[in-house]
Design a protein. Sequence first.
Lengths: 258, 159
Amino acid sequence: MSAADQESGGLGIDPMHQFEVHAIIPINLGGIDASFTNASMWMVFAAVGIIGLTVFAMGGRAMVPGRWQSIAEMSYEFVANMVRDNVGKAGQSYFPFIFTLFMFVLFSNMLGMLPYSFTTTSHIIVTFALALFIFLGVTIIGVVKHGFHFLSLFVPKGLPAVLLPLIVVIELISYFSRPISLSVRLFANMMAGHTMLKVFAGFVIGFLGAGGLFTGLAIAPIAFMVAFTGLEILVAFLQAYVFAILTCIYLNDALHLH
Amino acid sequence: MPQLDFATFAPQLIWLTLVFGVLYLVMARVALPRIATVIEERRDRIADDLDTAAQLKSDTDDAIASYETALAEARTHAHTIAQETRDRLTAETDAHRADLEGQLAARIADAEKRITATKDQALTSVRDVAVDVADAITQQLLGDSDRAAAERAVDSELA
């Protein structure tokens, strides 16, 4: 805490504190810690929110949709179009997964914008687990579908033989860095944004605490935070979109090999 | 950095797997088929409604066309009837007039015949009267009369 205190200017506010995971209900499964933590709770909230939107808001199954049903249908159409445009007809059977993935990341990001909430996607282990699952899944799909021919993914067409070893190595590196880039992009975006907001919130409290002339100056970080919160909401959506669309692109590569 | 606290990895992975797995099953089994059905039904319904509208429109067009045909037929029919009636009435009038004219002509001829007869009879009477008068005058003046001479004189005067 003391090191963090110094980082934030010794104002008694640790911008990383919001990312701390602590058990709410300690559970131990044969020596493995499976505690229900604040992170688990917000994952459950995200899932409940998604189910609430897609199952209960659709409960009426109205011919003319209401507000919530419209949102559910728009989400459906949005992801369905994404899958259709990026993967084509073959991607139809993976649509439920892409939809779940997009909604889960979106809801996690958006719930993270609530005060006192916990952003599950700001943890590298969560985003990396998702990215690794996608990477392995997509690779298995590619190998099962194309067999040995799947390796042609690493050899661009019309490549001169001289360049072959170099390009193949580059392609392999780029392929195997996919889970890392995918997970770090989401995690870093969420963590950086939330940390930034907390740091500026620290400035506000610092200025107010300093009193006198500094009290008036507190308006500057507040104004910045208001604008930055807007940007963060955009980022929350955009990162979910990027995560889902990259998954579509990887899936398309595996199904159609460039 | 709390993100690198390895002690939190196990519970996070376990709960992520659990929550994501359940969420996937609910989406794949319940939510998405339901939304797909609703969207599909709406699309079908709209297509049906458009079909019905097109059907009704073509029905209306048919009705208008048959109405216009009927109207045109009725108009032709009415015209025919009017023409026939006019012809029939003209024919009747003509026949009636011809009949009347025939009757009038017969009566005129009859009357003319009677006039001629009366005139002839009158002329005959005039001759007799003239003969009688001439005879009587001759009787009075001459004390003698010649009826045959008087008849000759009258005839020569009337001729």
